[in-house]
Design a protein around this ligand. Structure first.
Ligand code: TMP
Length: 212
C-alpha cells in the first residue's frame, strides 16, 4: 500500500520557517498533493489546549519535566489523531516542528537526558518518522531580534540567549547526525533564495513514496 509523504520543518525561534511553510503548502498543492498542514505543539483540540499552557509566559515556574511531558502528550495526540491517519490515507503532512524541536529544546536547551527523551518519543510517535525535515539554519541572535520586534515573546522565546544558543547548536548537531533525513537550509539569505533550495529538496523527496 502507498502512503503519503511526511515533512517536518524546524529551526530556532524567528528563523523564517512560517514564510517557507506557506510556499511548501502552495507548491505541493499546485502539484496535486492533498496537503495537511499542522503544527507542534498543537494541531488537535487537546494539543492546542496543551500548547496554551506550555507557552503561557505567566507560567515561569514550569519544571522542565512538566514541560517535557506536556510536549510529549501534545505530540502523542497529534500523531494518533492527525498524522498517522493522514499519511495512511496518502495525504501529504507538513508539520511545523516535531521531534527535532524536542531534542533541540528539551535535550540541548534544557539539558535533559537524551536517552530518556528518545524513550518518551518512541512512546509518543509510534514509529511515525518524517521522510524529510527542513532545518532553517539561522543564528538565534538574528532570529530572535526579528521575533521580538514583532510581538512580546512566549515562555520559550523569553528564555536567555544562552538557552537559544544551546538549542541552535543542538539543531546543527542533529542535522550532522541525520544527514539523510535533515536538510540544512541556510536561512540567512533572501526569501526567494531560501525557497529555491527548499523546492529543489522537495522535488527530490517527491521522487520516492514509501511502501508500508
Ligand atoms: P512556535 O510554534 O511558535 O515555534 O512555538 C513553539 C515553541 O515550543 C518554540 O519555542 C519551540 C518550542 N518547542 C519545544 O521546546 N519542544 C518541542 O518539542 C516543540 C515541538 C516545540
Amino acid at each position: 500500500m502507498k502512503r503519503g509523504l511526511f515533512v517536518t520543518v524546524e529551526g530556532t525561534d524567528g528563523c523564517g520557517k512560517t514564510t517557507q511553510i506557506t510556499n511548501i503548502v502552495d507548491y505541493l498543492s499546485s502539484l496535486g498533493c492533498r496537503v495537511i498542514l499542522t503544527r507542534e505543539p498543537g494541531g488537535t483540540r487537546i494539543s492546542e489546549n496543551i500548547r496554551s499552557i506550555i507557552l503561557d509566559p505567566a507560567f515561569t515556574e514550569m519544571h522542565s519535566i512538566t514541560e517535557l511531558m506536556l510536549y510529549s502528550a501534545a505530540r502523542a495526540q497529534l500523531v494518533e489523531q492527525v498524522i498517522r491517519p493522514a499519511i495512511a490515507n496518502c495525504e501529504t503532512v507538513i508539520c511545523d516542528r516535531y521531534i527535532d524541536s524536542f531534542y533541540a529544546y528539551q535535550g540541548y536547551g534544557r539539558g535533559l537526558d537524551m536517552e530518556m527523551l528518545k524513550k518518551i518519543t518512541s512512546l509518543a510517535i509510534n514509529n511515525t518518522m518524517p521522510d524529510i525535515t527542513f532545518f532553517f539554519d539561522l543564528v538565534p541572535e538574528i532570529g530572535l531580534r526579528r521575533r521580538m520586534n514583532a510581538a512580546n515573546g512566549d515562555r520559550i522565546e523569553n528564555e536567555q540567549m544562552e538557552f537559544h544558543r544551546r538549542v541552535y547548536h543542538g539543531y546543527r548537531q542533529l542535522a550532522k547526525e541525520n544527514p539523510e533525513r535533515i536538510k540544512t537550509i541556510d536561512a540567512s539569505r533572501s526569501v526567494d533564495e531560501v525557497w529555491e533550495d527548499v523546492r529543489r529538496q522537495l522535488d527530490m523527496a517527491l521522487g520516492f513514496v514509501r511502501e508500508v
